[in-house]
Design a protein around this ligand. Structure first.
Ligand SMILES: Cc1ncc(COP(=O)(O)O)c(C=O)c1O
Length: 417
């Protein structure tokens, strides 16, 4: 297990923990938030930046000739620069589109790639284990374009044997494959997918590579565009920033070719009653009033993550996840599904005698937040032969007390059955 460089002061910088202690029978139960994979809690600097923006600088962007609009526009574009730097050295601000979330980013890609690149002879390749946000949009496009959608399966049923079947990927990604789209890190099992290998295979046949970085952007520091990705999607709310905003980064070539997804104000260069022309660059995909204060929050979140260090956050969360995994395996009737390479920050498991939803409810009584269910990945959950899993995910503010409290509560629940 790697030593963590994150100090215990970090947790105190997230007000939610101070404000959610539970007092019962004179006993204080701290808030053990172990569901950061669904959405991370917000750092005080993000809350302050957003509040300050709303109180002093709020105005619509790129529309007003007056002070607050000009200041808001500057902040909006300034965050675009930060996002580009955050993704990687090879990325330019003109490649960054603000969306409403990773889901919308992936829908824009699937829909646009469908229109521009796919016909009835094309094949789309994705892993069968994807989050619905990177599965349903491709299903819809395949239906619309009457083309093939092929799935890469998993090898193994659980633990270290469970990984993306690369030899199958090699067979599926052939010259009629126009696009390969996959998660960098799996949202259910926390596995780090072999994106280097997949990019290499895809590039040999000139297929576009889309990476769903919703679970990896907070903790994996790698310039994915330099590696060969054509587009990436992620959600600021998972990197300690606000919800209501997403990021879509694309190569300049892809951005030029993709049609707009939403039509309206701000995305046009000319409109007549006979027809309209689209502007170029990110604005083509940013129709209507965009998230504004959210970009300010995203900028603050990026500053904070950059200051702490993505690698440090990863090492901290992965060390805790690894400790949790080792200890929970010792509890009777627990079956762990996540691999144990020591790099995962998400651990999914089930209790053979307590349904996942019941267990999550029991944990809540002890002020522990863990998610139970299908985790927006029904095909994967079915493949694993279960109907639901409990997912425990770690972040910068997680600590060893969270682990001990969660394990004690799970043992207590086990003893009741
Ligand atoms: C791997 C993955 N992709 C996509 C999404 C969708 O993100 P959002 O709900 O923020 O649009 C999630 C959210 O949990 C995710 O984990």
């Amino acid at each position: 297990m790697k030593a963590t460089k994150l100090g215990s002061h970090i947790r105190n910088e997230f007000p939610i923990f101070q404000n959610n202690k539970k007092i019962e029978d004179g006993q204080t139960k701290p808030f053990s938030y172990l569901d950061s994979a669904v959405s991370a809690q917000k750092h005080e600097s993000v809350i302050k930046a957003m509040t300050h923006h709303l109180e002093y600088d709020y105005g619509s962007v790129h529309r007003g000739a007056y002070g607050v609009s000009i200041r808001s526009s500057q902040m909006y574009e300034n965050t675009r620069i930060k996002v580009a730097n955050f993704i990687g050295k090879s990325v330019k601000p003109e490649q960054i589109v603000y969306t409403r979330g990773a889901t919308e980013s992936l829908n824009i890609l699937a829909s646009g790639i469908g229109e521009e690149f796919l016909n009835e002879n094309s094949r789309i390749v994705i892993p069968a284990a994807e989050h619905h946000a990177n599965l349903i949009p491709w299903q819809q496009v395949a239906l619309r374009k009457n083309c093939e959608l092929a799935y890469i399966s998993f090898e193994g049923k659980s633990g270290d044997k469970l990984k993306l079947n690369l030899s199958e990927a090699k067979k599926l990604i052939t010259k009629n494959t126009k696009v390969v789209s996959l998660a960098h890190v799996g949202n259910v099992l926390g596995q780090i997918n072999p994106i280097h290998e997949i990019i290499e295979i895809a590039k040999k046949v000139d297929a576009l590579v889309i990476l769903d970085c919703a679970q990896s952007m907070t903790c994996i520091d790698e310039d994915l565009f330099a590696l060969g990705a054509d587009a990436i999607a992620f959600s600021p709310h998972k990197i300690y920033g606000p919800s209501g905003i997403g990021v879509l980064a694309m190569s300049k070539e892809l951005m030029e070719r993709l049609p707009p997804f939403t039509f309206g104000g701000a995305m046009i260069s000319d409109v007549t009653l006979e027809g309209s022309q689209w502007t170029s660059g990110p604005a083509k995909f940013e129709a209507g009033t965009p998230p504004i204060t959210e970009t300010v929050g995203l900028g603050a979140a990026i500053d904070w993550v950059a200051k702490v260090g993505k690698q440090n956050i990863h090492d901290h969360a992965a060390a805790l996840a690894s400790e949790f995994l080792n200890k929970i395996q010792e509890i009777q009737d627990i079956e762990v599904f996540s691999p144990s390479t020591g790099q995962e920050t998400i651990i999914s498991f089930r209790h053979k005698k307590i349904h996942a939803h019941d267990l999550a409810t029991i944990l809540d009584a002890d002020n522990i937040a863990m998610r139970a269910g299908h985790h927006c990945a029904w095909p994967l959950i079915r493949f694993l032969g279960v109907d639901a899993l409990v997912r425990c995910s770690f972040a910068a503010y997680s600590d060893k007390d969270d682990i001990e409290i969660a394990l004690a509560a799970i043992k207590k629940a086990s003893n009741i059955t």
